[in-house]
Design a protein around this ligand. Structure first.
Ligand code: ADP
Length: 201
């Protein structure tokens, strides 16, 4: 920390905010290739959580890159900085008492380790949306794969940039065999006990 910065102690803590919300706060970190289904599943999941009165916020790769991180490229160094900033925002949102649904390709294992260490391992749930490159290319939701194959986009994950699959995600979803609603149900079942553990720390 810079020498002239000191942290202020506020009276209301994350514990107070969680108690007021009547649920725990943490991040659901969705990782996977572009077009894998991260945003689709997060969107359907947030809708279900909203219906249940859970306070949520979706942090999306494209949205963040349109604003806060618009100075960053897709080169490895900038990808690392992109994720570091997102992890710091996520940490603040968790401290505010809400459940964050973060949808970022986050291709490097070291990236995801950084996020986990910034937000704290107990606040981090990793969801690997495991869709094959072939299927993502077939969907080509944003037309990016076609452009990458033509050489119009460099550093395209899965084509000209690597994706390191998570070794032990908390939840792994195969969108080629599971429907969106089945995936949402499975994630809800997994997080249900975690949501309840807000007042026994
Ligand atoms: P990402 O956020 O990972 O880049 P998107 O959610 O934007 O991916 O796009 C995924 C695409 O795949 C959407 O067009 C969605 O309708 C489609 N899709 C087909 N089957 C599934 C499934 N079972 N789960 C999630 N998405 C699916």
């Amino acid at each position: 920390m810079e020498p002239h910065i000191s942290l202020h102690n506020f009276s209301i803590s994350v514990k107070d905010r969680r108690e007021q919300n009547k649920h725990n706060s943490f991040v659901l970190w969705f990782t996977g290739l572009s077009g894998a289904g991260k945003s689709t599943i997060a969107n359907a999941l947030e809708t279900e959580m909203y219906k249940r009165g859970i306070h949520t916020y979706c942090l999306d790769g494209d949205n963040v890159r349109n604003g806060l991180n618009k100075d960053l490229t897709f080169k490895p160094k900038d990808r690392i900085e992109n994720i570091r900033r997102v992890a710091e925002i996520t940490k603040l949102l968790i401290d505010s008492g809400i459940v964050v649904l973060a949808t970022f390709i986050s291709p490097y294992k070291s990236n995801r380790d950084t996020i986990k260490s910034i937000v704290g391992k107990d606040n981090y749930v990793e969801i690997y949306i495991n869709t094959s490159l072939e299927e993502c290319e077939r969907r080509d939701v944003k037309g990016l794969y076609k452009k990458a194959r033509k050489g119009e986009i460099t550093n395209m994950t899965g084509v000209t940039a690597p994706f390191e699959p998570p070794e032990s995600p908390n939840i792994e979803i195969n969108t080629e065999t599971e429907t969106v609603s089945e995936s949402v149900k499975r994630i809800l079942e997994y997080i249900s006990p975690k949501l309840q553990t807000y007042n026994n720390e």
